[in-house]
Design a protein around this ligand. Structure first.
Ligand code: UDP
Ligand code: MG
Length: 310
């Protein structure tokens, strides 16, 4: 019999959440009356989640464990989920139950109406710090503004995608990944469904500021040349200022006015231009480093244990 729903949950040290996740997902999915599978991608957990996943898989054949050889990151874990999913509709969900499994049925309703990507929009967020909420809000808007693909704001990875869409995504092999951007980029019929993002049930966030920053860089560099263009604009603006300022300074000097003299002026302009040049170099470096990673062509992830059928 054909599986209808594949639920994919990336797991990184979520031992306390795993039993609840399994229970809530199976209750909800059983009520749908369709065949389903739960793909638990263990992203190099060190807290015993791996054994817990094996145990769940042993007791229920609908649980498919994909166990990574080390931590490859949330985005890569999602990618492995796409690779191993066999259903007609693929749902990505966080393992900490911040995305309530009950919402899956609402996403599925839209899918049945004919939408191919149904993303869940966070209308409210509970139990997250002021810092997290503010940086997230800025991040979503910045990405929306500077990227060429219109990535919906306040939308995480929690979404349902049709098999057609996932088959396209599987061909996108980029290694610095931003799945929500990729799923907007492919097109198809898309729609959002609002939901209230709950607080984490147990454990702490696996996204410290450093990881959030990396994700933001992947999103920006993966979907826009804007930072490279900024360097060009800065260059034109500085050159423009120079063209105007040089004759003015020369005339002032000839008329004997003692303005813009001395080391301070020199220091300010050298530091300013030096700064702009270093930032531009750094931006170039971000893109070149990514090119280098692509050129190496290493596998995106390495599995230690996984089902035989992909
Ligand atoms: N996660 C992962 N690998 C990582 C970090 C996180 O698979 O390197 C998983 C984590 O277990 C969770 C999901 O990604 O299921 C979202 O992480 P988290 O809840 O920590 O992020 P937040 O909700 O705080 O943004
Ligand atoms: Mg979370």
């Amino acid at each position: 019999m054909k599986i209808t729903y594949s639920i994919v949950a990336p797991i990184y040290n979520e031992i306390e959440n795993l039993p609840n996740l399994y229970r809530r997902v199976s209750d909800v999915m059983d009520s749908s009356g369709q065949l389903w599978e739960l793909i638990l991608v263990d992203d190099g957990s060190t807290d015993g989640s791996t054994d817990k996943i094996r145990e769940l898989a042993k007791n229920d054949k609908r649980v498919r464990p994909v166990i990574f050889a080390r931590n490859f990151g949330h985005q890569v874990a999602i990618t492995a989920g796409w690779d191993y999913a066999r259903g007609d509709a693929i749902v990505i969900i966080d393992a900490d139950l911040q995305d309530p499994p009950e919402v899956i049925l609402q996403l599925a309703d839209k899918w049945r109406e004919g939408y191919e990507v149904v993303y869940a929009v966070r209308s409210e967020r509970e139990g997250e710090t002021w810092f997290k909420k503010t940086t997230a809000a800025i991040f979503y808007r910045l990405i929306h503004w500077i990227t060429d693909v219109k990535i919906p704001v306040d939308t995480g990875d929690f979404r349902l995608m049709d098999r057609k869409v996932v088959d396209v995504l599987k061909q996108m092999k980029e290694r610095h990944r931003f799945p929500r951007g990729m799923s907007a980029w492919v097109g198809f019929k898309q729609i959002g469904v609002e939901y209230k993002r709950a607080a984490r049930v147990a454990g702490t966030t696996k996204y410290p500021f450093k990881k959030m920053f990396k994700l933001a860089l992947n999103a920006i560099t993966g979907f826009s040349y804007f930072p490279l263009q900024v360097a060009t604009y800065f260059g034109f603006v500085s050159a423009g200022i120079a063209i105007i300022a040089i004759p003015i300074v020369a005339i002032l000097r000839m008329t004997g006015l003692h303005l813009f003299e001395g080391q301070t002026t020199t220091l300010v302009s050298v530091l300013f231009l030096g700064g702009v040049q270093l930032i531009s170099l750094g931006i170039l470096g971000e893109y070149i480093g990514r090119l280098y990673d692509e050129a190496k062509g290493r596998p995106l992830y390495i599995v230690r244990e996984a089902p035989d059928d992909k």
